[in-house]
Design a protein around this ligand. Sequence first.
Ligand code: BDP
Length: 640
Amino acid sequence: MSVPGSFAVLRVLWLLSVFGTVLPLDGGMLFPRESSFREVKELNGLWDFRADGSPNRNEGFEKAWHKRRLAKTGPVIEMPVPASYNDITQDPTLRDFIGWVWYDREVAVPARWISDEGTRVVLRVGSAHYYSIVWVNGEKVTEHEGGHLPFEAEISSLIRREPTKPCRITIAVNNTLTLETLPPGTIQYMNDSSRYPDGFFVQNMDFDFFNYAGIHRSVLLYTTPKVYVDDISVETNFMDYTGLVRYKVSVQGGFSNTLNITLMDKDGHFVASSSGSSGGLRVVDVKLWWPYLMHENPGYLYSMKVHLIAVSETSTYEDEYTLPVGIRTINVTNTQFLINNKPFYFHGVNKHEDSDIRGRGFDWPLIVKDFNLMKWLGVNSFRTSHYPYAEEILQMCDRHGIVVIDECPGVGIKDIRSFGNASLSHHLVVMDELVRRDKNHPSVVMWSVANEPASEMPPAEFYFKTLIEHTKALDQTRPVTYVTITEADMDKGGPYVDVVCVNSYFAWYFDQGRLDIVPLQLSTHFENWYRKYQRPIIQSEYGADAVPGLHMDPPMMFTEEYQNALLQSYHDVFDQKRNQYFIGELIWNFADFMTSQGIYRVVGNKKGIFTRQRQPKAAAFLLRKRYWRLANETGRLLPD
Ligand code: BDP
């Protein structure tokens, strides 16, 4: 987050300085894109599926189900990919299943991919929840821990072994959460045989959304040449009317190579070029990337074409990858969040990847509908509560100028045993994977390493200090936060975050029905936080459940009127603090979403301002009025 000086000085310093994004993982995770030298084949559709209902959930491994077609080892059903499997059938045991489920299908691989030894074939899973093992033709090619993030394996040599056979892909996925998974959970065996049958167990979790499972995002085969562009990192800056794009490209596959980098504007016109694996591109008359409602032309993207030629004694390899690039800066002061050196006020939502039938499965109609609703509402930002969202969603944010607080799945860390070394190591790897995947999105302006952990517990301070410092070292261009709810955090994680993100549910979980206490409690809360840390504050969650169609005036809890009145009482305080240190408000939640069953939830969490089917409650209209007013008051470009 460098602050501009004179352009020439800035340029030299910036190019010489250590590149802000340092990635400890092997290899990149570029989003698969087609180009003249790369092909993509989607494997979405119906896969064969079976849940392993054996008492120890281990029959699939004992009987090596991956060695043959799944249909040969027992009964299968058809399962759509991508989708959570939970809500697809009428079977309650599958909805609430815990353990391994198995998917398989055969794929016809294009003959040229097999015959051309100069082609790499990669199998990629956009995400599967929670633990996955992947086999190709019975041979294990990779395993991955954690939902919400992609993983892949090169399978070129494997598929060339039996070129005439279709390629069989088997994926086993286990949704069990333990003290060391992210999010954590515990399996509890109920041993009282007078009350529970033999082997009865439950999955306990400390978070408020259904633990949807299965293959949630696309499964793809894609190709690259044998020598290929493995990763690209960009960092951007500007001075007056000149933009700078600093890039770093890593190439895998050996051989000396030549890299040519060309930057084009939105209309495909040449802007700048460079060569070599790292360098800078200077953009005259730069068109900056601006958030929605902050500029008449938000989400401006350049295209950076990376062209590789590698020559060996016998062959020449050519690769090309085009990355969308938005030129913008992020800076945080004691009281402000600056995008392109202008104060940015977050008026947005928290979301979930959640809908009827599909659960957490990727679904274009839903995604586009949600963007249309967000733009209708006047939303300029959202938080990916409580896990990383699909890359296609972030790409839409880049294009539409929707600002994102990118959160990892560090939610529900409430048990002291989840602060140990194994948990921390895994959490660090998840941050590595998240930053590696999302580092080039201009829409991503801040990392959130966790939501509401039990930060009052003694090991939490070391845990979060390590995690936040690690994330800052991974990416020096973006601020880092973790989302807090307790005042105890004021003495713990507070010092390490760049922006204080606080959730509160005054007049909901506490002082139920007493809307009159909100102004006093909220404003005291903000003042305390600010006095202690002098950091800008975002209200990262607030809200109330409203059962659609339930009305009562004077308002009572769970009615649409109460939801409205509660939001309104928060808004009054936000407006008082807005010109001081208060920099944003994110409603909980954009839409109703599914949770586990329990006495606090009536078929899911009803704090949405839209229903789960995306129809507005009264609060949607209240918020729409407010957000468009805020856009007019805070969003217009301030004069230089
Ligand atoms: C917050 C959590 C969120 C919950 C919300 C609620 O961060 O995941 O859904 O409370 O209770 O504390 O509605």
